[in-house]
Design a protein around this ligand. Structure first.
Ligand code: BES
Ligand code: MN
Ligand code: ZN
Length: 483
């Protein structure tokens, strides 16, 4: 999508759709007023009204988008309204969208541009037969702003964000025969072009480090497990303590010997959504040259059944030295994170760690598909995540870490077992990871509920991979951790 900021009244082509975002109850004129009078359009949030060949303008089409009452129409609302305007005309056959906002400030113009960028994401590389008339036709968006230079400047970090979200969505959308651990590692290695440092550890190196927990998960796969370490040193003081993010990257989760049922198993290609989000976060931090030192660690494996696969009943020794009895080989994400989290704190001594993982079906049962679960053993970190959630529009719900639930993980023969049973399944999964944090401030986001949306109810998120977590964490870093 090509984005341009233009002055009000700039000449428009005959292939242009005019999108007008209006406050509820705002006075309209000309064709817009006539069309509104002929319908129930009031400008209420989420309403759209499509007018073909409107009189009195050179535009081929006019779409009105309601953004609600003026006092509630904040930047996030404008962004969503811009996304809805794009959705209304994207397949119209017209090539350009000209957007007029109720307030042409640089901030709102930039956020509208972000909305269109996010909404126009599409993963179509494997479609070879799609007829041209089914493809989106709008390839350019012109946004009317009072000060084009200021709008462009405000859009710069948001363009970096849109690039990063697209990067994450691409990773999550890729089929599992294409995106296996080494391929994922290669794609993050390519981010060195943005100024990140990327290290890739293979199985031999992880074996030396004693990562028996992570390696056990990948043992049944012919694809080699990988640990990717991404480093961004953007703070003025390059030796300042970093912040750290760790992602579950199960490139495909069959369940292993505790095999999943066939129905919907194809969804388990996106069981690397946590690693995808961490990769996207590092992408945007580098892309906008964030003034922070940040580490991203991705635990990349494939969970397969095989003659060499891990069995229920096996006991593995993690890098921390703690032993784990495997009860269910389908509870594999926590096993990957156990070693990735321990490695992270051991090597980087971070200020805090946040892990992201499509960890449990239980979080979907608890929260439905609009909220991710947020666990934190540090209230400042928890509060910062919740504030970033509200500001970025990626919903989190705070979940508890009750000490009395910890004993659900006790094993008869090892230091712990890898499942705590069905009650509070997302909570005990979080508490398993907590045992590998070594006292470092830590939060865990269970994004099994939000990494993939079908159908999506958010205008900036097309059906499929959401990129959930990238915006949220970028917001938190920008608001709280940049010097
Ligand atoms: N990757 C799944 C969790 C998941 C389920 C993600 C649905 C997205 C959609 C995870 O590895 C898993 O299988 N968890 C088990 C844990 C159980 C065996 C304790 C689950 O949630 O059933
Ligand atoms: Mn699993
Ligand atoms: Zn999984």
């Amino acid at each position: 999508m090509d984005i341009e900021f233009v002055a009000a009244g700039a000449a428009l082509s005959s292939k242009t759709a005019l999108g007008r975002i209006v406050h509820e109850g705002a006075a309209l004129d000309g064709a817009a007023a006539q069309a509104a009078a002929a319908s129930r359009f009031t400008g209420a949030k989420g309403q759209t009204l499509d007018v073909l060949a409107p009189a009195g303008t050179d535009a081929a089409r006019l779409v009105l988008v309601g953004v609600g009452k003026a006092e509630a129409a904040d930047a996030l609302a404008i962004e969503n309204a811009a996304a809805s305007a794009y959705a209304a005309v994207k397949a119209s056959g017209l090539t350009t969208l000209r957007l007029e906002l109720p307030d042409a400030s640089a901030e709102f113009a930039a956020r509208a541009a972000l909305g269109v960028r996010l909404a126009s994401y599409r993963f179509d590389k494997y479609r070879t037969k799609e007829p041209a008339e089914k493809k989106p036709s709008v390839v350019k968006t012109e946004i009317v702003a009072t000060d084009n230079a200021a709008a462009l400047k405000a859009f710069e970090p948001l363009a970096a964000l849109a690039d990063a979200v697209s990067f994450t969505r691409d990773l999550v959308s890729e089929p599992p025969n294409v995106l296996y651990p080494a391929e994922f590692a290669a794609r993050v290695k390519a981010l060195e072009a943005l100024g990140l440092e990327v290290e890739i550890l293979g199985e031999a190196e992880m074996m030396k480090l004693g990562m028996g927990s992570l390696l056990g998960v990948g043992q049944g796969s012919i694809r080699e497990s990988q640990l990717a370490v991404l480093k961004w040193y953007g703070a003025a003081d390059k030796s300042a303590q970093p912040i750290a993010f760790i992602g579950k990257g199960v490139c495909f989760d069959t369940g292993g010997i505790s095999l999943k049922p066939a129905e919907n198993m194809e969804d388990m290609k996106w069981d690397m959504g946590g690693a995808g989000a961490v990769a996207g976060l590092m992408h945007v931090l580098a892309g906008r040259k964030a003034k922070v030192n940040a580490i991203g660690i991705l635990g990349l494996v494939e969970n397969m059944p095989d003659g060499n696969a891990q069995r229920p009943g096996d006991v593995v020794t993690s890098m921390s030295g703690q032993t784990i009895e495997i009860i269910n080989t389908d509870a594999e994400g926590r096993l990957v994170l156990a070693d990735a989290v321990w490695y992270c704190q051991d090597r980087f001594k971070p200020k805090f760690m946040v892990d992201l993982a499509t960890l449990t079906g239980a979080i979907i049962i608890a929260l439905g598909n609009d909220y991710a679960g947020c666990y934190a053993n540090d209230d400042t970190l928890g509060a910062n995540l919740m504030a970033a959630s509200a500001a970025s529009g990626e919903p989190l719900w705070r979940m508890p870490l009750p000490p009395q639930y910890d004993k659900a993980l006790d094993s008869m023969i090892a230091d712990m077992k890898n499942t705590g049973g069905r009650p509070g399944g997302s909570i005990t999964a979080a508490m398993f990871i907590q045992r590998f944090t070594n006292g470092v401030p830590w939060a865990h986001l269970d994004i099994a509920s939000t990494a993939w949306k079908k159908p999506s109810s958010v205008p900036t998120i097309p059906d499929g991979a959401t990129g959930f977590g990238v915006r949220l964490l970028n917001q938190m870093v920008a608001d709280r951790y940049e010097s």
